[in-house]
Design a protein around this ligand. Structure first.
Ligand SMILES: Nc1ncnc2c1ncn2[C@@H]1O[C@H](COP(=O)(O)OP(=O)(O)O)[C@@H](O)[C@H]1O
Ligand SMILES: [Mg+2]
Length: 431
């Protein structure tokens, strides 16, 4: 243990960050950082990062941009976000860069003409009325604010534009997104540092690029894999060093096991392990933490998540009778196979044991959406092995109980205490 790390005090919530990008306890991922850094360096190159939810895309790009001292703004998409909204949002976020040139990591100089043009558009935007689009108030994009113009504004501020969750943009808008990327490729002749980094769900990269073959060559599509076991272990051990605690080896191993490659679960469980021991910040004396805290940490996570779990399952099941029946069968089959990962054929055979006439095409149709962002990746589909598994092992346990108790088309509310008492046997088969 080095002296420096003990002499500094860190708060628990800045070391273990289940709902935020890790900063202090960020674990470097050299291989992928090299490819992202290379892609960011080349002028005119646009970047798409894609991968499973929870794989660390947001955390990775933020840490790389900070390390490289790049200026950047982040715009997040929600379902139904239009490209016009993205442009306005980015324009708003640029305001501080136009108000002061001195506070930023990379220094830049904006001409007075460009500044004047920025503020003119800004005043138009604030006086312009909004219009109603599908029950939301949306600001009208001033005619002068084209995406080429936005690229100019960003370029002069030497700013990278991070667009989070672009897969949520409607298909009809994706063509425009592709046009915007083209504008950013072209603007590199004038401004070398400007570029878009678009972040999307697993297998979403093609959605944008496929529209225009001419821009394909200038776009680096980089997959971000889930955190591997060593990286998860490092989050645990590095965090414990920062707080001056020592987790017992079997607690570390179990925490890795239950995290199931999801960094947010690791951060959540470790936060809770420490909280139970009364650790709020770096401890003066090294404190040992044993495996006895695990049960409570799991219980805490499951009870905190119970409403979310219920909604997630309801969303996957409800709407139409056919969907309800099929999703119920598929999830039940994955659970009843009592294995961590299962193949398409295993699912099909299991369902056929219950319903011999079950059409295979139904499985194909209803399985896919369970693996996409539409259903928050209830099931993880590993493209290399072709196998399916539950992303969150605790949600699997929740489904195991909930699906047993469906009556008619109603899912019965799960009693969390009962779920917790059965948790071990329900998740146990993975060990
Ligand atoms: N390299 C890393 N080091 C430490 N924690 C990480 C790392 N990558 C991700 N995490 C943690 O994992 C969780 C999910 O990461 P996030 O970046 O939000 O994933 P994504 O954007 O791919 O959905 C967050 O709680 C984050 O703090
Ligand atoms: Mg993210």
């Amino acid at each position: 243990m080095n002296f420096l790390s003990i002499s500094k005090k860190y708060y628990l919530e800045s070391v273990f960050t289940p709902t935020k990008s890790a900063k202090l306890n960020y674990i470097e991922r050299p291989e992928i950082e090299i490819s992202v850094t290379r892609a960011l360096k080349i002028p005119g190159n646009q970047v798409i990062l894609y991968g499973h939810s929870g794989g660390g895309k947001t955390t990775l790009i933020r840490n790389i941009l900070e390390k490289q001292k790049r200026n950047y703004i982040v715009t997040s998409c929600i379902i139904g976000t239009t490209v016009n909204e993205l442009i306005i949002n980015a324009f708003d976020k640029l305001n501080p860069y136009y108000t002061s040139e001195s506070n930023y990591k990379s220094s830049y100089k904006i001409s007075s003409t460009l500044k004047a043009s920025y503020f003119k558009i800004e005043s138009n935007l604030s006086t312009e009325t909004s219009e109603e689009v599908s029950h939301r108030q949306v600001r009208v994009l001033p005619v002068q604010l084209t995406f080429e113009r936005l690229a100019n504004f960003l370029g002069a501020a030497e700013c990278v534009w991070v667009i989070e969750d672009f897969h949520k943009v409607d298909d009809t808008e994706k063509q425009k997104l592709s046009d915007i990327m083209k504008a950013f490729i072209d603007i590199a002749n004038d401004y070398e540092k400007v570029k878009i980094v678009a972040i999307g769900a697993v297998a979403s990269a093609r959605e944008v690029v496929s529209y225009s073959p001419d821009i394909k060559l200038r776009i680096a599509e980089i997959p971000v894999p889930l955190l591997n076991e060593n990286e998860i272990r490092e989050i645990i051990t590095n965090g414990s060093r920062l707080l001056n605690v020592s987790f017992e080896e079997n607690l570390i191993r179990d925490t890795i096991f239950y995290s199931n490659s999801l960094g947010s679960l690791t951060h959540q469980l470790c936060y809770s392990h420490c909280e139970q021991m009364g650790i709020e910040k770096t401890s003066r004396k090294n404190i040992k933490i044993g495996n006895n805290v695990l049960k409570k940490s799991i219980e805490g996570y499951v009870s905190q998540k119970s409403d979310t779990f219920q909604q997630k399952l309801d969303r996957a099941l409800k709407q139409r009778k056919a969907k309800f029946e099929n999703v119920k069968l598929i999830l039940s089959a994955v659970i009843h196979l009592k294995k961590d990962e299962v193949t398409y054929n295993e699912i099909l055979n299991k369902i056929k044991q219950w319903e011999p006439e079950y059409p295979q095409s139904n499985l194909t149709v209803y399985l896919k959406p369970l693996t996409t962002n539409e259903n928050e990746e209830i099931l993880r589909h590993d493209e290399n092995s072709g196998k399916y598994s539950f992303s969150d092992p605790f949600f699997k346990a929740f489904c195991a109980m909930a699906l047993e108790r469906i009556e008619g088309e109603q899912t019965i509310e799960i009693n969390i205490k009962e779920l917790i008492s059965r948790l071990e046997s329900i998740i146990g088969e993975r060990k």
